[in-house]
Write a protein of this length. Structure first.
Length: 421
């Protein structure tokens, strides 16, 4: 069985999840290869797409398309410029790349799409494709008009609650066109299976106009449990010069500035916790603009997984204040390190946190509810068994569990194809 995993990048949250699955499949002795548009890492059996295989057209047709594209690009540029800073990206379904020309595609028995924006051309790929496809969702973009998360909130009011977001008219118009394109493409696709890592994303896909008639499964992410495991808390704290009498609250995100990640809710909650033994550590690419936070240490971007396991292990509690999320890798990593989690009751976070067992789900999305839950967990840390937290996480999120689930799905799909022949 030859599997080709397709992803745009080899860095970022979706890429990490994609490459972890690749590692798990290789460990199951499966012939797995990864096709990337942008390759930066030296992961075994990963290959960068040869851009010489891009789709080329005649000069006459090119001239006409160029004129059309000028109009479209102006509309798109204006729409993107009007989107508020802090929103997740909005991407388009077109690409000049034709992955069906790749030798890796031609030799594969099954294609496993992942995060493929600006890489796989939605329309032409599914028109040309002759192989079974499993599409692993990492966000909502494959079945929306362009948003990767349909963010219903933007900003926070004076009461610490989220403001409803209002979309601009141009964005709605462009999104409707793209959604119509995806709907029309999928009407004629009968060799696609969809996999979502969380029950929330699976349900969103089922309810969508694009995937509502497709087979949809839920297979949670898997992580190497040998890397993410509890480390000695005192030693881990000493590495980062954390006083032993301090309670460490941890926040991790690829970008602290993203609205969806909810850092402003955490900063507001921390500001109103009247304790001098609490210190917040934040891992992420950008600092927050919250100048009122005194007991906060920004560690910047950390790529080393062993170092991250020590950071999780030094924390008394990990905070996941996302307003919308799939199945956050950071929560899985924290649980595997035995660290309890506080989060809003949204998306796949609900799949992972059981209040009183491995953390606390807040009563609502607000900085006040988050503050109350943080105080409650800090006052009851001894009631959380960190070994038990890890044990339960390993049972659900071990890379072996995920890889075997995918292997079973791939076998079922390919055997069904043989039966039809």
């Amino acid at each position: 069985m030859k599997i080709l995993i397709v992803n745009t990048y080899d860095k970022g949250g979706a890429a990490n999840a994609c490459l972890r699955l690749h590692e798990g499949l290789l460990n199951e002795n499966l012939n797995s290869k990864v096709l990337l548009k942008h390759k930066r890492k030296g992961v075994v059996n990963t290959f960068e797409y040869d851009l010489k295989n891009r789709t080329f057209i005649s000069k006459g047709v090119q001239k006409i398309l160029t004129l059309i594209n000028i109009v479209f690009k102006k509309q798109r540029r204006k729409m993107l410029e009007e989107r508020p800073n802090g929103l997740e990206m909005f991407s388009f379904p077109e690409s000049r790349v034709d992955i069906t020309k790749s030798e890796l595609y031609k030799e594969a028995d099954l294609i496993n799409l992942h995060w493929v924006s600006d890489f796989v051309d939605y329309k032409s790929f599914f028109q040309k494709n002759t192989k079974p496809v499993v599409w692993t969702l990492h966000d909502m973009n494959p079945f929306t008009g362009g948003e990767h998360f349909e963010e219903i909130y933007f900003g926070m009011n004076n009461s610490g609650q989220p403001n409803l977001r209002v979309n601009n008219i141009k964005e709605k118009e462009i999104a409707e066109k793209h959604l119509s394109l995806k709907e029309n493409v999928m009407k004629n696709v009968n060799n696609l299976t969809v996999v979502a890592p969380s029950m929330w994303l699976a349900e969103e896909a089922k309810q969508s106009s694009v995937f509502r008639n497709k087979d949809i499964y839920c297979i949670p992410y898997g992580i190497n449990t040998d890397v993410y495991q509890p480390r000695n808390m005192e030693y881990s704290k000493s590495l980062f010069k954390v006083p032993m009498n301090k309670k460490v609250i941890l926040f991790v995100s690829d970008s602290i500035s993203k609205e969806r990640k909810g850092f402003k809710y955490l900063s507001e909650a921390i500001k109103n916790i009247d304790r001098d033994d609490v210190i917040l550590y934040a891992v992420g690419a950008k600092k927050s603009n919250d100048a009122h936070l005194n007991n906060v240490v920004y560690l910047g971007e950390i790529k080393d997984e062993l170092m991250m396991s020590m950071i999780y292990s030094m924390a008394d509690v990990f905070i996941m204040p996302s307003l919308m999320d799939n199945l956050p890798n950071t929560v899985l990593e924290s649980l595997l390190c035995g660290t309890p989690v506080v989060g809003f009751p949204v998306g796949g976070v609900v799949d992972m946190i059981s209040t009183g067992q491995n953390g606390i789900l807040t009563d609502e999305i607000s900085s006040v509810a988050l503050r109350i839950s943080i105080i409650n967990i800090l006052n009851s840390l001894t009631s959380f068994d960190r070994n038990k937290i890890r044990e339960n996480a390993v049972a659900k999120y071990d890379l072996k569990v995920q890889a075997k689930a995918y292997l079973n799905l791939f076998n079922t799909i390919l055997n069904t194809k043989k039966d039809k022949i």
